[in-house]
Design a protein around this ligand. Structure first.
Ligand code: FEO
Ligand code: CA
Ligand code: CA
Length: 672
């Protein structure tokens, strides 16, 4: 081996703990000794109120549907397993579509391990995540085509060891990259950038369960290099002026796109989640970097800044000030990330737009309340890091179907959630000049508040949560469900009603109802499911059982019938080991919240997480993404070609993220 070549392990870069405040004011309102059992079983007055709150909410749902409450779930639960296969409930079948590397344009080469960076820009990206099916005709999600549509999906991050032919035979950990004389190969970096972002690809049903990619002018990749507009209050501010865009109106690329959202006007929103670690600053980091975890030493997550010293496409990931002012360097580049990005999948010439009014944090995704003519748009987004917050956006302008568009996301109020222990909650506005968000406390404009969303939310006394992941809105009750995946940084001293477990390894699902109309500043919440093993879990007053134990809920979606689909993301660092082994590989469950039924529907192959789910409008076809199969492979085993997964290709192939197509054999919709 060339002595100048080194494999550098940059760590996983996921969910850094960067909230130093721990909201001490919040601790003041807590009885420090509230235990999870106390909350659930009513061991204190505050906890008892929370428990009653939970029951009354559940009863309200049940009564509203008392006259017609058929069982939504018609399949039998399947067991957990640790095999390198996909299992699904009896009566359903599964095929594979759009694996990483699949060509989506006429001139794209077939998938091969030695595809170039340019090739990757014409192929499906790596590490599939949030996803939506846009029927090819019509903009009504419940009326359009169920056999022909645009499948749009995020690609969260990359595994360089599986991405590059040059990795073979090297001791590569999951996050490691190859340095040669302290430089990265420029084409490998380009390939990594182009494997990020979003894929837009037309897919069509040939026969039930069998779908093909269709070459279509709308097929395209949005990547870490794609030019984007910056809109909303931060547009044109000093925070986003760079050498690339001296007037602060544009930037290049989107990265670490985890979950997504679909606007009421039928566009796609890609969330920028763990973007901070891609940047490094060798000088002092301002709060808009430090509070998010921009690195202060070594390199960015994939050392992109070490490729080609003459190319700013790569250099911009080093945000150390170098020029005389911000328009001569990339000191502000990291401020151009951490946003929700709107993409119009039907217009291949459209420029993606970063909607800054929705705030800057580790956006997991965004979920919209159904739009009501003449009423404001209401949406929710979680900040997925330990002890971060849940946010709500209310547009300033009302929604009218005839004129609705992205401008509704440029002007509105962002709120952050405070969960009280008595089952009530409030939305605290992040508005410059209101409350503590003043120059005396270091805030000088609305752009400042938005670029520093986390710091502003700290000041308002928001409730630190157990890593908010996906949200979903029940189409009839308008109740909002959010997964809180886990939080091993939760201490005994800072447990609270909504986050009642110290060292929370299993996670929970919280649910709330807006008090009054959807724009209300008050809500009522309860804990819907406490995930975990039998005896340390709870759903509808009972422990989970072998039919439905799960942990680390992440993906969440509610279909048109009101069936809740729950996807899990047990970290590969603990998957299939110790107490986690009983849960097997990551899985997807279906939950009927009216009849309180919860059953395991699908279990994926080794090392992956199940993330991203949508059906066609007729609910006869379901698409599900499986991300990072084989991620549990150790560096030593990788060097010897001993991988924990070869899914989906089998043999000795490298594993590939891919989309599952699930259909029911015989009549009925998915889940019945
Ligand atoms: Fe990318 Fe929070 O999962
Ligand atoms: Ca996720
Ligand atoms: Ca996750």
């Amino acid at each position: 081996m060339n002595p100048n070549v080194t494999v550098v392990d940059h760590g996983e870069g996921d969910e850094p703990l960067s909230n130093p405040s721990q909201a001490p004011h919040f601790n003041d309102v807590l009885a420090a000794n509230i235990s999870r059992r106390g909350i659930i079983k009513g061991g204190s007055a505050a906890a008892l109120m929370g428990f009653f709150g939970a029951n009354s909410l559940a009863n309200a749902v049940t009564q509203a549907n008392q006259e017609a409450a058929p069982q939504l779930i018609g399949f039998d639960a399947i067991p957990v397993h640790e095999q390198d296969v996909v299992t699904v409930a009896e009566g359903y079948r599964v095929t594979v579509l759009t694996p990483w590397g699949q060509p989506i344009t006429e001139d794209a080469p077939e998938f091969a391990l030695d595809n170039s960076g340019a090739d990757q820009a014409k192929q499906i990206g790596q590490h599939h995540d949030g996803m939506h099916f846009f029927p090819i005709e019509g903009d009504d999600p419940y009326q359009g085509s169920s056999t022909d549509g645009l499948l749009v999906m995020n690609h969260e991050y990359v595994e360089p060891r599986f991405l590059h032919a040059s990795s073979k035979g090297q001791q590569h950990h999951r996050g490691s990259v190859m340095l040669n004389n302290n430089q990265r190969d420029a084409d490998e970096v380009l390939k990594e950038m182009n494997a990020h972002g979003v894929s837009i690809v037309r897919v069509r049903q040939q026969e039930p369960g069998v779908w093909d990619v269709v070459m279509d002018p709308r097929n395209r990749r949005v990547t870490a290099t794609t030019e984007m507009q910056i809109s909303g209050p931060v547009r044109g501010s000093d925070f986003v002026k760079t050498k690339f865009s001296p007037d602060g109106t544009a930037t290049r690329g989107t990265i670490n796109n985890c979950a997504h959202g679909v606007t009421p006007w039928n566009t796609y929103m890609a969330a920028e989640e763990n973007w901070a670690g891609y940047f490094v600053n060798h000088a002092e980091r301002p709060r808009e970097q430090a509070r998010y975890g921009v690195r202060g030493e070594n390199t960015g997550r994939y050392a992109w800044e070490l490729a080609d010293a003459n190319n700013e496409l790569y250099q911009r990931f080093d945000v150390t000030p170098k020029g005389a002012n911000a328009t001569e360097d990339y000191r502000n580049e990291a401020n151009c990330f951490g946003w929700m990005v709107e993409i119009d999948p039907f217009n291949p010439n459209s420029t993606p737009v970063k909607r800054t009014a929705l705030g800057r944090f580790a956006h997991e995704g965004v979920v919209f309340q159904p739009a009501v003519e003449g009423q404001p748009i209401v949406a929710y987004s979680g900040d997925d890091a330990r002890n971060e917050y849940i946010y709500k956006y209310v547009s300033a302008q009302p929604y009218f179907k005839a004129t609705a568009g992205g401008h509704l996301l440029d002007n509105g109020t962002l709120y952050v959630a405070r969960f009280h222990n008595n089952g009530s909650g409030e939305w605290l506005p992040l508005v410059f000049g209101q409350g503590p968000l003043t120059p005396a406390n270091g805030f000088h404009s609305q752009a400042d508040v938005l670029v520093n969303t986390r710091a502003a939310a700290d000041l308002l006394g928001a409730t630190p949560m157990d890593r908010p992941e996906w949200g979903a809105v029940h189409p009839e009750t308008k109740q909002v469900y959010f997964t809180l995946t886990n939080n091993t940084a939760r201490t005994v001293e800072n447990v609270d009603g909504a986050n009642p477990r110290a060292n929370n390894r299993w996670g929970q699902i919280v649910r709330w109802t807006e008090r009054g109309d959807l724009t209300s500043k008050h809500f009522d919440w309860d804990l819907f499911i406490m995930a975990g093993p039998e005896g340390d879990s709870e759903f509808a007053g009972e422990s989970l059982t072998e039919d439905n134990i799960f942990n680390s809920p992440d993906g969440l979606w509610i279909d048109a019938r009101g069936l809740i689909w729950i996807q899990t993301d047990i970290s590969e660092s603990v998957m299939n080991t110790g107490d986690h082994a009983q849960f097997g590989n990551n899985q997807m469950l279906a939950c009927d919240p009216i009849n309180n039924t919860l059953k395991r529907f699908l279990v994926g192959p080794v090392g992956q997480e199940v993330t991203g789910v949508i059906t066609t409008p007729d609910m006869r076809t379901m698409f599900v993404n499986l991300q990072h199969p084989g991620a549990t492979t150790t560096a030593e085993d990788f060097a010897q070609g001993k991988l924990t997964s070869h899914w989906p290709d089998g043999g000795d192939a490298y594993p590939r993220s891919a989309t599952l197509v699930i259909t029911k054999v015989g009549p009925g919709v998915i889940g019945s």
